[in-house]
Design a protein around this ligand. Sequence first.
Ligand SMILES: Cc1cc2nc3c(=O)[nH]c(=O)nc-3n(C[C@H](O)[C@H](O)[C@H](O)COP(=O)(O)OP(=O)(O)OC[C@H]3O[C@@H](n4cnc5c(N)ncnc54)[C@H](O)[C@@H]3O)c2cc1C
Length: 527
Amino acid sequence: MTDRLHTDTLIIGAGSAGCVIANRLSANPQHQVTLVEAGGRDNWHWIHIPVGYLYTMGNPKTDWCYSTTPQDGLNGRSLAYPRGRVLGGCSSINGMIYMRGQKDDYASWGEGWSWDDILPFYKKSENYHRGADEHHSDQGEMLVQEQRLKWDVLEKFKKVCEESGFNDRPDFNCGDNSGVGYFEVTQKKGVRWSSARAFLHPVMHRSNLKVMTKTLTERLIFDGDRCIGMEGTRHGKPVSILAARIVLAAGAVGSPSLLERSGIGSESVLKPLDIPIRNRLEGVGKNLQDHLQVRLQYRLDTGETLNQQANSWLGRIKMGLQYAYNQSGPLSMAPSQLGAFFKSSDEVDRADLEFHIQPMSADKLGADLHPFPGMTASVCHLRPKSRGTTHISGTNASDPPIIDPNYLSEAYDRKIVCRAIEKTRDLVDHPLLAEFSPSEHKPGRTQKTDHDLVKAAGDVATTIFHPVGTAKMGPDTDGEAVVSEKLRVHGLRDLYIADASVVPTITSGNTHAPVVMIAERLAAWLN
Ligand SMILES: Cc1cc2nc3c(=O)[nH]c(=O)nc-3n(C[C@H](O)[C@H](O)[C@H](O)COP(=O)(O)OP(=O)(O)OC[C@H]3O[C@@H](n4cnc5c(N)ncnc54)[C@H](O)[C@@H]3O)c2cc1C
């Protein structure tokens, strides 16, 4: 028998966005809010200890464990494509970097989304460690703090950047992020501060908020053009929830998949699966954008790096004690500490490359650290032109999506990736780093031509986990827009989307903070 429940506002997905919306709407006692999440509760210690991303990624307890199709641009490789499946969604497994992007990113987002329009919504959620000023607030729930450890090799790399003309940038979040500095992170004194910790747990007691974990939405249900709820399973048993309005916050893969399973999408995807078309929206699952990081790994002759500490018993005991004593040391570490934003050439008007510098190295993310001292200089192109897709492969939520980011399919992106590798090598060659004698472990420095560099990038590049754009916002005159600039799904009533999927053009930086901002906007409109 199906459990049939009723609510006023139904939010599907308790990730970066869903937790914010649940908090804001349930603050108004007039709303009855239900938040459903396919994953479980976030009560596992590795979710909260920052370095725990090593255990939460690729783990079905916390990750959907998707993978991409084989990528021509990556020499035929498929990538693991982690997406959080737990309260907090990706914010429970991510790298914790707080990054809004650049002011000019938002110029193309459409009516009502300029930097000046959105800044108050960034500030609304933020609790900034340096206090309030014109760019920041200290009143919000999302703690943005400094990291709690420094590494000599990163300090030197920062100096190299400064000597090479990069500005010292202690704050990346005031509209212009060009320069070099330490990333600020969503942590509370060395503990991960996910959307669930910031926005959901403090309000779980509200009598007008119901949070249902292990509740998988199979599809949306409709009465004519009105969305009236969901059907799916809770702890494996059938459930349906009827609602006056529905907000999809299932993320850049989850939201388009749900739309397609519900008959909203393009005929070319739905017809072969015998899904009756409720609303033809060509853009569903298209316009997938992601940042591709080229991970140049360096072997160092000397210098303290995480590799030595993690590979020795003594080092591990020391790290454990440091964390137990005052939540510092490597266990409190975001994967990347040092950041730098710069232009790939003078042909671009603003920084289009981002460095994530790490005092550690491994053949792959999540693999064992190398047995020698190591450093990784990961560089990603921030405004790629390549566009991919994510579509369902079947009619059930258990059918894995077909995710094709189509990396490096555009000649422009291939050109930029070559400049990015060259620039990284120039920086690493700086005399200030000579004391570490860095040698390029991977891809190895044998490439001479752009053709070789593209091949090298294809061998070592991987996602930096920023898929966006798969249900993009825009006016209904745009043939591929899925939601309006007020985030309502075109052609349907009472159905909204607020998550990474609505981003029309990817921001020049990491994507959690922009998603939280988008959620704040929809919540303000619905309240
Ligand atoms: C490993 C990793 C590292 C990252 N590092 C950073 C970083 O350092 N800084 C940064 O800014 N960004 C980072 N990101 C990206 C950032 O975390 C995401 O862009 C952001 O969290 C996306 O938020 P969202 O609300 O769109 O989706 P999510 O946070 O993924 O939330 C979607 C939620 O919906 C649920 N859901 C999906 N389908 C269904 C369904 N059918 N029924 C019920 N529930 C469903 C999911 O389980 C999930 O909890 C990282 C991401 C990952 C995965």
